[in-house]
Design a protein around this ligand. Structure first.
Ligand code: CA
Length: 225
């Protein structure tokens, strides 16, 4: 899952980015509204955290412009101002949720997960592919009754495939959703993660669920034996 943070308070933005990266999200940060708009409309984010008082362009305008351009990305607005008027205005411009500063990180994380769940296909919390269970809420992965221990990044790659189970997902798509724009390393990193995941969720159980679709990407599908 790839998130964009548009927040001009640099310390807050950095703290959020560090916390969310540790949860396994790919996080991009910009400190300016106009740049936020460019990013938000140019990259396929899973969620945007958008401050209201911003240099360049305020959050309301960024939000309404993103919506006018046809993007449905969930937007969580942050503001220092308290009051129902702001909330109404934020939601009017197309924001999905609203959080007033100062907020607790735990509450922010819960709101983010709730918005992402709403977006997940079918709205189901737990993803099941055959006897493989991927639970985005608890970051747990089970193969049958066995819990499989995954790093945050491994989980993020698996979750991205699991949300789109049955579909072919390109390496570029995985890279874009799981790594942030600061990543300028080898795109073959995706292959490394796929092979680690196969070693953890497939090989020990005699399964083949992460399939390579030559020239196109990967597909996660239940093992038909
Ligand atoms: Ca601000």
């Amino acid at each position: 899952m790839r998130l964009l943070i548009v927040e001009d308070e640099k310390r807050l933005a950095l703290a959020l980015a560090q916390g969310l990266s540790a949860e396994g999200f790919a996080v991009d940060v910009v400190h300016d509204g106009a740049e936020g708009l460019l990013r938000a409309t140019g990259t396929d984010y899973d969620l945007i955290i958008l401050d209201i008082m911003l240099p360049g362009m305020n959050g309301y305008r960024v939000c309404s412009t993103v919506r006018a351009a046809g993007h449905e990305t969930p937007i969580l607005m942050l503001t220092a101002k308290d009051g129902e008027y702001d909330e109404a205005e934020g939601l009017d411009t197309g924001a999905d949720d609203y959080l007033c500063k100062p907020f607790s990180y735990v509450v922010l994380l819960a709101r983010i997960r709730a918005l992402l769940r709403r977006r997940t296909r079918g709205g189901s919390r737990v993803l099941r592919i055959g006897d493989l269970v991927v639970d985005p809420a608890t970051r747990q992965c089970l193969r049958g009754d066995h819990e499989v221990s995954l790093t945050a990044k491994e989980f993020a790659v698996l979750e991205h495939l699991a949300v789109r189970a049955g579909d072919v997902v390109s390496k570029a798509d995985i890279l874009q959703h799981v790594w942030d724009f600061a990543y300028d390393g080898d795109p073959n990193i995706v292959e490394v993660y796929i092979s680690t995941l196969r070693r953890k969720i497939d090989a020990p159980f005699g399964c083949r669920t992460i399939l390579t679709v030559r020239g196109a990407g990967y597909r996660l599908a239940a093992d038909r034996g």
